[in-house]
Design a protein around this ligand. Structure first.
Ligand SMILES: Nc1ncnc2c1ncn2[C@@H]1O[C@H](COP(=O)(O)OP(=O)(O)OP(=O)(O)O)[C@@H](O)[C@H]1O
Length: 297
């Protein structure tokens, strides 16, 4: 099990991680979301023992991050992890396997990462997406219990992303914990069992994607109106949190969609193509982080 207990990490006056406590369990696929500078990379660095908390403790499988890494229990794929320049893909993968206490066969690792066909290519001649696949191979060179991925699919094409996530799903199904930081909210929505929302170093939300959407507490309502649209009257609708009028189409967000729609009919208009839907994870994320910004300012 992976644990953060009241962990704080500051850089000068910046609280990159501010009193975070959480537990991660075997078999979980966990997405770490947050705007730029929220503290995602710092959180992952603390887990990997690359940075040390000012206060609080980080524990991995009952020991320190360093002990877990030495025991081969952690595989990681970092954003800018440099790859050695003058070696081939196969040489680099072999090296990673040889350093892992519980290694897989290099050929299997390369096949899984979809890099068998570029095995003989020099690492410094790879495209961005290919280099990303090689980083993925290095993170899965052996049988680790925790896989940490920082923005793993940046630069990958659609098919690389699909096979990447299928592999990660398999890893979690086999009881491993997969923790990934991402800015692709659709990926988090589709893949993660659990979503953590960080904001200025604090954990604002922790739950399933459905729970995070419910926490944002708003729903989308869209409809078309004929003729001139009285925008001022629409803005007066109860529970409205945002409105966008484009041509004859009106899109609103409401914290009580039922009451808003009821009042809409009370305006004497006839909305066509009325749709009421929950927020997507992206809109929920924006709503949660903006509400926090408003609270702090
Ligand atoms: N070595 C450092 N020295 C000083 N400040 C730092 C350092 N590393 C990070 N920070 C600051 O700490 C905060 C958190 O940074 P971090 O890189 O963890 O955020 P992030 O959520 O990963 O951001 P992004 O989405 O942009 O990658 C930011 O305000 C950043 O400027």
């Amino acid at each position: 099990m992976v644990g953060f207990d009241q962990v704080t990490k500051t850089y000068g006056s910046v609280r990159a991680v501010d009193g975070i406590s959480l537990r991660l369990y075997p078999g979980e696929t966990v997405a770490l979301l947050g705007p730029n500078g929220a503290g995602k990379s710092t959180t992952l660095d603390l887990l990997l023992g690359l940075k040390h908390p000012d206060n609080g403790t980080v524990s991995l499988f009952g020991g320190t991050p360093r002990e877990a890494i030495v025991a081969g229990r952690v595989g990681a794929m970092l954003q800018s992890g440099g790859l050695m320049d003058e070696v081939t893909v196969a040489e680099l993968v072999k090296l990673a396997c040889s350093l892992h206490p519980k290694p897989y066969k290099p050929a299997d690792v390369m096949a899984r990462a979809g890099i068998a066909q570029i095995a003989d290519r020099k690492v410094n001649k790879l495209s961005g997406g290919q280099a990303q696949r090689v980083r993925f191979a290095l993170a899965t060179a052996g049988d680790s219990d925790l896989i940490i991925l920082d923005e793993p699919t940046t630069g990958m094409d659609v098919s690389a992303r699909q096979s990447f996530w299928a592999t990660m799903r398999e890893q979690a199904d086999q009881g491993r914990t997969v923790l990934f930081a991402t800015h692709y909210l659709e990926e988090a929505d589709a893949i993660a069992d659990r979503v953590l929302v960080l904001h200025r170093g604090r954990l604002l939300a922790d739950g399933t994607a459905a729970e995070i959407k419910a926490k944002a507490g708003a729903r989308r309502v869209s409809f078309d109106l004929e003729g001139a649209i009285d925008e001022a009257a629409l803005r007066g609708l109860p529970f409205l949190t945002s409105i966008d009028v484009s041509g004859q189409t009106v899109r609103i967000q409401s914290s009580d969609a039922d009451a808003t729609v009821h009042a809409l009919y009370g305006l004497g208009v006839y909305p066509r193509n009325l749709e009421v839907a929950g927020l997507g994870l992206e809109q929920a994320f924006v709503a949660i982080t903006e509400a926090e910004e408003a609270k702090q300012s």
